[in-house]
Design a protein around this ligand. Sequence first.
Ligand code: XMP
Length: 515
Amino acid sequence: MMKKETILILDFGSQYTQLIARRIREENVFSKIVSYKTSFEELIKEKPIGIILSGGPSSILRKEAPKCDSKIFDSGVPILGICYGLQLMVYSLGGEVVTSCSREYGKMNVEILNNENIFKGITNNCTNVWMSHGDKVQKLPKGFISTAKTQNTPFAAIAYPDKNLYGIQFHPEVVHTTAGKSIIKNFCHNICKASGSWTMKSYIDVAIGEIRELVKKDKVILALSGGVDSSVAAALIDKAIGKQLTCIFVDNGLLRKNEASRVEGLYTRNFSFNLKVIDAEERFLKRLKGIKDPEVKRKNIGYEFIEVFNNEATKIENAKFLAQGTTYPDVIESISIDGNPSDTIKSHHNVGGLPEDMKLKLIEPLRSLFKDEVRLLGKELGLSNEVVMRQPFPGPGLGVRVLGEITKDNLDILREADHIVVEEMKKADLYYKTWQAFAVFIPVKTVGVMGDERTYDNVIAIRIVESVDGMTANWVQLPHDLLGKISSRIINEVRGINRVVYDITSKPPGTIEWE
Ligand code: XMP
């Protein structure tokens, strides 16, 4: 059975804070990032078994440097300060930090002076670490000892074992720190005494219990898009409350080939929740008639979705909850070191505009999970690879891939061409290895010849990119024979297309979608 054990990470704005959270979870210990401003009382309410102070861009020597409630240092909860976190600990406990004449940045060598506690089992006493700091410790607070040194500083790591306080000047969460995994492991298991029982299986048990307790006999609504997050959220809530859940799937006419029937088939076969598939193609197309401006198209698709969704949602009697597939990156993306994270969380699928009198409470069962954990959870819940490994698909769907006016004819042409791209990518075993692979409809007519006939038809662009998070992307150097096959299939099989081009623009300067 999973024990509820949490290591809290106080975020001081380090670019690596999320990585720290990941590394702890890799040790099967739940971790949560909170703002450094969180009060001592709030922190203790979470009953943390350990606290990590992240690095951060500030200098502790500046007047406005971010500081946490220093009561934590006397609480008995084990603490690990990383980089800025170490300096803050030293500063708060009466030591001295000074500006270093030589900044340490990048790969450095440290000599470990004490193979106990967080350095237990690290046999190589001279090890590579990742450093990134300008200030350094000049004098230790009372009770502390140095446990590692570099050429520049005798205090590359410090400890006060009796009080369970540890600090390291380098970043154990970064892969360049050779012993990083061992250090995190030692902190979790040796110092914080974590049982390491946090697994997806145990997560499901706990989440089901929580959902049941919250929902009781009431009803829950969820906007199912067919994407990974909403599908996994639906599967999890289904396991908890089955028929009390109603999923609304809006077919806006901007979906890929066979998408609506795929979703309908999949979910009616394998789940007990009520599924409402709303055929709203006509409404959407009517609303989009004559509109060419990409922003106006997007807005209208969004508004129409809200109307259709609300219309259905209000028909469900006794609905008290709205479930969303919000994931951890959605939550922490918006944690700035000055802001309150909950201020700016983005609302999914535009369902933020539900009628006031419905007064639905939110359920977000994936709120603490990273994307790959969501996928793992989906697999654990029995969802197929096809569902959990799906490529991202934009909310406005093919609406951002038919350039110019969106018409049924153009959408149908795009659906066929897109289907060929996906099919060939899958056959070549490349589909799941890329971030996105799709077709774009370009309403520009060019001349061609087919047999003896002169043609005058539209263009399809193929867009295949690799990316980690969609923020930047590279176009994929697809094998030429595969490109050739996709091109000739589209031209032979899709009426209305006589030219296929391959997009060789990366992001930036391009975007992934064409709009
Ligand atoms: P761009 O085109 O901005 O896209 O480079 C970055 C990533 O975001 C996806 N995308 C969207 N996803 N709603 C979504 O849920 C949207 O309105 C939307 N627009 C773009 C896009 O497919 C790519 O993965």
